[in-house]
Design a protein around this ligand. Structure first.
Ligand code: SF4
Length: 495
């Protein structure tokens, strides 16, 4: 019988083909990138800290393939009443092998604890994670008194110094779910084992399940060679799955084939028309809306990271900490200057960043942003740097969000249903494609920064900082280009 592990079981719940590949064709998986690796490392750090909540526990080591030794060591520790807790306990039942993050002695029984670098223990995938462990542990004869997910408490405010582990972590009890799920879990385990005895992989087409609850590492392989329909229904902004299913039931896969009497909302109808005509749509108010900006213009973009374990006093788990901004300055004559700030030391970046920003944006002119993110970061800064709260309020009052202006006033068929600046810029200016930068999205920027802080003076960190500068500057330059191009295209062109 092919052994299942906890992660293989969860993979099988997502997609039986993913499980089959995990067992027989790991070579087809896309290797984790640096962002994913940083997230794994974060989970390890949180897990090790959580162990300290059960002091005196003993770690069961061994390599992943040394299962028999790990099980024997676990059994020995379980038999020793002087051991209060076992970290990475190895247990097996009916061909399913698990390593329990923390198995803590509770009277004559045990508590089963799964640690997650997250704040929401009730997430369905976490519940299934603990349920399979409970099924294995009880099946192996353990008396489980409590079973649940240990997460980081979002309300914990780090005062500095050592963490208060009782406050930092919150326990989400899941034993009821485990008991209710037990029969189903047993059936799924049997079904997975049965599937794995077959010579061929299950035939499963790609779909939404490839990204829920996790992005599947086989997506590049499974989607290879598949031709996605041009102007597919995915490009119909916020199309409800029920409506999409209705269209698919009619055999409709492309936007231009949607019947005229099919009920679409205003935005979706706008997209349909743009696809059919091949022409951009614009509202009659584009020019006057663009004319509302006040010169000179500043274009602002923040980058922030969200450390799972609070790094700076006064912060909470996963709190967004802005560490960088890019600022383009433009005069009515089109003269452009670039300013920036990047905090490159392992200390709270917010005070220096707030001071640099307040100084850089001057006293007058609209501050163009793209989405509500910059306003949220300014709110965070106002709390973190109270001596600048008044100045930050003034900055907030000057924000001018370009995203809703585009969304409400302009649609180009090449937006392909997206109003992300990465979609908007090349549609408006095809020769201004995004450069292929080493850091190419906010998540990559955040994880790269967090990794660089471990050794901020190293050559690798310096390289990361350079990449972050290029990335952030590209975002504000894109806003400059989009706004100017829209101004060109507006019929009642503003000055
Ligand atoms: S990419 Fe999708 S279909 Fe392919 S294995 Fe993963 S989840 Fe299954």
């Amino acid at each position: 019988m092919t052994r299942l592990s906890k992660s293989r079981f969860i993979a099988g719940q997502q997609c039986p083909l993913r499980l089959w590949n995990d067992v027989y064709r790991r070579d087809l998986a896309t290797p984790p990138d640096a962002t994913l690796q940083t997230i794994f490392d974060r989970g390890t750090a949180v897990g090790e800290l959580a162990q300290q909540r059960w002091p005196g526990g003993v770690l069961v080591g061994f390599k992943p393939w040394e299962r028999e030794q790990a099980i024997a060591a676990t059994n020995k520790l379980m038999a020793d009443p002087a051991v209060p807790a076992i970290y990475e306990a190895a247990i097996e039942h009916q061909g399913v092998f698990i390593r329990v993050d923390i198995l803590a002695r509770n009277g004559a029984g045990w508590d089963l604890i799964e640690v997650k670098a997250a704040t929401r223990g009730e997430k369905e995938v976490f519940q299934e994670d603990i349920a399979i462990q409970h099924w294995v542990a009880t099946g192996a004869g353990l008396d489980i008194r409590q079973a649940g997910i240990l997460v980081l408490d979002r309300n914990y405010v780090y005062p500095g110094g050592e963490y208060d582990l009782d406050q930092l972590f919150a326990f989400f009890e899941s034993r009821e779910h485990c008991l209710a799920a037990s029969k189903r879990i047993g059936e799924q385990v049997r079904a997975f084992h049965d599937m794995l005895t077959r010579p061929n992989p299950p035939e499963i087409p790609i779909g939404d399940h490839c990204f829920t609850p996790y992005e599947c590492p086989y997506y590049a392989h499974c989607s290879d060679g598949i031709e996605f329909p041009e102007n597919g229904l995915d490009q119909l902004h916020r199309l409800h799955p029920t409506r999409r299913a209705e269209l698919q039931a009619l055999g409709i896969e492309r936007i231009e084939n949607i019947p005229a009497d099919f009920n679409l909302n205003q935005m979706q109808e706008r997209i349909r028309q743009a696809v059919i005509t091949g022409q951009p749509w614009q509202s009659g108010k584009l020019g006057e809306t663009l004319a509302q900006v006040e010169w000179p213009l500043y274009y602002l973009d923040f980058e922030a990271f969200q450390p799972a374990l609070p790094r700076y006093p006064g912060t909470r788990p996963f709190q967004a900490i802005p560490f960088q901004f890019s600022l383009h300055y433009e005069t009515p004559k089109g003269e452009l200057q670039h300013m920036e700030h990047l905090h490159t030391e392992d200390s709270d970046p917010r005070p220096a960043l707030a001071h640099a920003l307040v100084h850089a944006v001057g006293d007058t002119g609209s501050i163009v942003v793209y989405s509500g993110y910059e306003r949220r970061m300014l709110n965070e800064l106002a709390v973190a740097v109270p001596e600048l709260a008044t100045e930050i309020e003034t900055v907030k009052a000057r924000l001018w969000d370009l995203l809703p202006v585009v969304r409400e006033n302009y649609y180009h068929p090449d937006f392909n249903g997206s109003f992300s600046i990465k979609a908007v810029l090349p549609a408006l200016l095809p020769d201004r494609k995004w450069s292929d930068l080493a850091i190419s999205d906010g998540m990559a920027a955040a994880t790269a920064y967090e990794a660089a802080l471990n050794e901020p003076t190293s050559a690798d960190a310096q390289q990361t900082f350079e990449q972050l500068r290029s990335y952030c500057a590209q975002d504000t330059q894109a806003m400059v280009d989009v706004l100017n191009e829209l101004r060109e295209r507006a019929p009642n062109r503003p000055n």
